[in-house]
Write a protein that binds this ligand. Structure first.
Ligand SMILES: [Zn+2]
Length: 164
C-alpha cells in the first residue's frame, strides 16, 4: 500500500491554537485546536455539533468562502478541521477564526436545527458552544500556539498513521 505524506503530532505537547495539519494536493488542512488534548475535558458532543453548524456557516458565507473546502469536527472532540484552497497562513486563519468566533458569540440560535436539515437535530447546545468559543477566542488573542511537535507513527504493515 502506498504510504501517504503524513505525520501525526505529539498530543501530549499540543496547546490550543491553530496548526497546519497537512498541505497536499493543493489543499491546506488547518487544525483549529480548541482544548488541550488529554489534559482538559474535550468539547461536549452537543456543543461541538453547534460549533460545526455555526463555524461552517460563517466560513461558507465569509469573504474567503470560495476557498473553503471543508469545515468539520475532529473525532477526538478537541478541535475542528478547516480545509482551504489558496494560500493561507496560520496568521490568516487566526484572524479569520477570531472574526468567526466573534460572530458565533452574537448568535441567538444555531442554524439548521430541524429534522430536515440536520442528522441529529436535538444534539445542540448553544450556551456551551459559546462558552467554548469565548475561551478559544481569548486563547487565540492572548496565548497563541501554532508549532506542532511531530511524531511518526508507523503501523506494523508499514502504513503511516493519519488522523485527517
Ligand atoms: Zn447537524
Amino acid at each position: 500500500m502506498e504510504v501517504i505524506q503524513s505525520f501525526t503530532i505529539d498530543h501530549t505537547r499540543l496547546k490550543p491554537g491553530i496548526y497546519v495539519s497537512r498541505k497536499d494536493k493543493g489543499f491546506t488542512t488547518f487544525d483549529l485546536r480548541i482544548t488541550e488534548p488529554n489534559k482538559e475535558p474535550a468539547v461536549a458532543p452537543a456543543a461541538m455539533h453547534s460549533i460545526e453548524h455555526l463555524m461552517a456557516t460563517w466560513f461558507r458565507n465569509s469573504k474567503v468562502k470560495d476557498d473553503v473546502v471543508y469545515v468539520g469536527p475532529m473525532g477526538c472532540l478537541t478541535g475542528m478541521y478547516v480545509v482551504m484552497t489558496g494560500d493561507y497562513s496560520v496568521q490568516d486563519m487566526r484572524d479569520l477564526t477570531i472574526e468567526c468566533l466573534e460572530w458565533i458569540l452574537k448568535q441567538k440560535e444555531v442554524p439548521a436545527t430541524e429534522p430536515q436539515t440536520c442528522g441529529n437535530y436535538l444534539l445542540h447546545d448553544l450556551p456551551m458552544c459559546q462558552w467554548e468559543c469565548a475561551r478559544y477566542k481569548d486563547r487565540l488573542e492572548h496565548d497563541f500556539h501554532c508549532e506542532y511537535k511531530q511524531l511518526h507513527v508507523t503501523l506494523q504493515d508499514g502504513m503511516v498513521f493519519a488522523d485527517a
